[in-house]
Design a protein around this ligand. Structure first.
Ligand code: SF4
Ligand code: MG
Length: 287
């Protein structure tokens, strides 16, 4: 690994995450994946949601857009449709993307944009200091649920498979090398890919700790089942006694949204010429 290229992806800002936070590891895995892909900062874009994970926007030297809470997905769709040749990654947390942004999430997934999403899943609202999030386990006591939450948690894997994701995986911030390998596979996949990354929040989640994950998660073997079998993948994704890590589901047969959109058949919109006359015509439509 070329350390200079890795450092080139840093900015002048030092991460503000709590010492020991899983976000450090995911940040590092992301940068290593970018170096491995040979991308320079102007050759890709990252859209960030609000949350501790989204603060990464200040720490990665690349095109970046920090969206509103849960609203990063429509921004990402807009960027992708403007320039579908630009690789696009989304970084966000369980709170923003599965809470405030849940409506966007389902529709973004079913579109099959050629975009990769890294879900920093710490099972808590971290930035707002420890409230129950959509992935918090039932019964866990938090600031917002001092007697323990009543709802069952959302499972990001089953959600993604059901909504039509074409690549679904689960990573773990406690194993950056493994997560990096998954990131590479997710980015290489053509179509919407998502990695639900277990990301211990060492400050506000004292239940799902590094040692808890070591005890409760296991690595899937490549031979375990056919990853293109949706039902088998669904069955794997609902396992709860031991939580599977690795690629859960992959469908390589479906076209991406950008491939299906006829307006993009001549190439990215940003490369198509537009005249003053076109602009005036467009503006008149809105008058
Ligand atoms: Fe990480 Fe939790 Fe601290 Fe946020 S509050 S930086 S998620 S440890
Ligand atoms: Mg969270």
């Amino acid at each position: 690994m070329d350390i200079h290229k890795l450092k080139n992806l840093n900015t002048k800002h030092k991460p503000s995450w709590c010492p020991g936070c899983g976000d450090f590891s995911i940040w590092h895995s992301l940068k290593k994946t970018i170096v491995e892909l040979g991308w320079t900062p102007h050759e890709f874009c990252v859209v960030y949601d609000i949350g501790c994970s989204g603060n990464m926007c200040s720490f990665v030297n690349a095109y970046g857009f920090h969206g509103l809470h849960g609203r990063s997905l429509p921004v990402a769709a807009g960027i992708k449709m403007s320039n579908h040749e630009l690789p696009l990654i989304i970084v966000g947390g369980d709170g923003g993307l599965l809470g405030e942004g849940m409506g966007h999430m389902v529709h973004f997934i079913r579109a099959n944009h050629d975009v990769t999403l890294f879900l920093h899943d710490n099972q808590i609202y971290g930035l707002t200091t420890g409230q129950t999030s959509p992935t918090t386990e039932k019964g866990i006591k938090t600031k917002s649920n001092p007697h323990g939450g009543i709802e069952i948690p959302i499972n990001p894997l089953t959600l993604a498979i059901t909504a039509g994701a074409t690549f679904v995986a689960r990573g773990y911030a406690g194993d950056p090398e493994f997560t990096q390998q998954l990131m590479r596979k997710a980015i290489d996949h053509k179509g919407f890919s998502i990695i639900d990354i277990f990301q211990p929040c060492v400050t506000f989640n004292n239940h799902n700790t590094y040692s808890w994950f070591r005890e409760h998660a296991y690595y899937l073997s490549d031979q375990e089942y056919d990853r293109s079998d949706k039902l088998a993948a669904y069955g794997k994704s609902i396992e709860s006694e031991k939580l599977p890590l690795g690629v859960i589901y992959e469908d390589t047969s479906r076209k991406t949204y950008e491939e299906e959109l006829t307006q993009l058949s001549k190439g990215p919109l940003v490369k198509q010429s537009i005249t003053q006359r076109d602009v005036n015509k467009l503006l008149q439509e809105f008058m």
